[in-house]
Ligand binder design. Structure first.
Ligand code: TRP
Length: 444
């Protein structure tokens, strides 16, 4: 089909402080993927989503800054990928409403996060929806808008998000079915190879377990945390098991294959835990240190990050979001009233006059707007491209009012069509319009 690069899009909820698990599981692979050829990458801060949980404005702001700085420090190149903040693209919110109006409520009832909240309430003998905001309920629709607005092909996410991508497909499909083919149906991409990093206590590294190693703590702190990783009580000289060793898994997440193999041999040879931890610290710090330096520099200039994000959103809106929303408003019927085309609905039944021609407005893949005058299958007049649907509508209106001559119209005649024929068709159309208007005015 199209030759455009594959669009890869993912959102980053702006809550909390990034830790090594986020880095290894999400940030590092995403940045590597953003450098793949023939892809157009979209990375955004899902700050509107964060409002569903976090209702502390200062923390929301702080977290947005930290997460933006983390991605930039980790190597995201804002001049090569789209990097923006969701709330800077108001078209996303507008599309959320359009999608809300086609989304099945029953589908949203089945969303995992909402269902879990209901189940908890039931277990506690509470009302089903006790403490549940409409924001939590609508989460998947906002997420669908994030994805559909840029016609993303692939959406790399964690397993827990796959259902949301399915819902985005469903809402997109419903919209397409009702209004025409506007949206690409996205696919979730779950990378099975990406490591889930264990935390200090060996369980999955997660803020909710309080076992994380924050990404950009000072080196002394990083060292202290690494040395607090849970190990068994085997003494130096005793062979150690790599299976089930959080320390080993952490090492592996940062080391080359060869270094990992060497580390495994050191385990078998009875390396002491202190020595093993020192090696892990050195390894992690080697990778993190240059990023940490960039990070500290970035957060000391928050205004520059603000500019970067705004610039990304501004360009992205111009390129995609604004034109698409113009098209969608047109599609759903939120239209410029001056372009109303009367006379093409409900043709007069007992009427043996020749069929009326009609104006059709549409949009081409290049984003330009066009109209044509058709009589059945036959194209009588084909317009040139317009930048805005409004301009197309106004040209049609002017033609019908006789203010714009066919010869002067920004349009070309259909194959084998004479100008006089076009004039006659437009006149007949205008006359039918006038007749209809008169009939309407005569109604009590
Ligand atoms: N819900 C996602 C998460 O918690 C974040 C997100 C918001 C997202 N909008 C998105 C991810 C769009 C992918 C695409 O991880």
């Amino acid at each position: 089909m199209s030759q455009r690069p594959t669009r890869v899009l993912t959102g980053i909820t702006t809550s909390g402080t990034p830790h090594l698990g986020n880095y290894v599981g999400a940030i590092r692979p995403a940045i590597a993927a953003s450098r793949a050829p023939a892809t157009e990458s979209f990375y955004f801060l899902a700050d509107l989503h964060s409002l569903i949980k976090a209702q502390d404005p200062a923390r929301t702001q702080r977290s947005t800054l930290e997460i933006a700085a983390t991605w930039l420090a980790a190597g995201l190149e804002p001049d090569k990928v789209w990097f923006y903040r969701q709330s800077d693209v108001p078209e996303i919110t507008e599309l959320t409403w359009f999608l809300t109006c086609v989304a099945g409520k029953g589908i949203l009832n089945r969303a995992h996060a909402y269902k879990a909240a209901v189940d908890r309430n039931r277990a506690e003998g509470e009302d089903d929806d006790s403490g549940v905001t409409a924001g939590l309920f609508m989460y998947p629709v906002l997420m669908a808008a994030d994805i559909l607005i840029f016609n993303a092909d692939k959406v790399p996410v964690g397993r827990d998000q796959v259902q949301h991508i399915e819902m985005a497909r469903d809402f997109g499909q419903r919209f397409n079915h009702v209004y025409g083919d506007y949206f690409t149906l996205p696919e979730a991409v779950v990378d099975e190879n990406v490591a889930t990093l264990p935390g200090l206590d060996g369980r999955k590294m997660s803020k909710s377990y309080g076992n994380t190693i924050p990404l950009f703590v000072p080196p002394a702190e990083l060292k202290k945390l690494v040395f607090s990783i849970l190990t068994d009580s085997r003494a130096p000289g005793e062979p150690k098991l790599v299976e089930g060793s959080a320390l080993f898994q952490l090492y592996q997440a940062f080391a080359s294959k060869d270094d990992t193999a060497a580390f495994a041999r050191a385990y078998a040879d009875g390396i002491g835990w202190g020595e093993a931890k020192q090696q892990l610290f050195d390894l992690v710090d080697r990778e993190i240190a240059p990023m940490r330096e960039r990070y500290l520099d970035l957060v000391s200039r928050p205004g520059d990050i603000e500019d970067t994000l705004r610039d990304g959103a501004r360009r992205l809106r111009e390129e995609y979001a604004i034109p698409l929303l113009a098209q969608l408003r047109e599609a759903v019927g939120l239209r410029d009233l001056s372009s109303v085309v009367l006379g093409e609905t409900k043709a007069d039944e007992a009427d043996d006059r020749p069929p009326l021609a009609s104006f059709k407005q549409y949009r081409e893949a290049d984003g330009k707007f066009h109209f044509k005058l058709v009589e059945g299958e036959r194209v009588l007049l084909q317009s040139h491209a317009f930048d805005a649907p409004r301009d197309a509508g106004q040209a049609i209106a002017a033609l019908k009012r006789g203010e714009l001559a066919v010869a002067d119209a920004p349009a070309t005649l259909g194959d084998g069509v004479a100008e006089a024929e076009v004039r006659a068709a437009i006149e007949a159309l205008a006359a039918a319009d006038a007749e209809k208007a008169a009939a309407k005015a005569a109604q009590p």
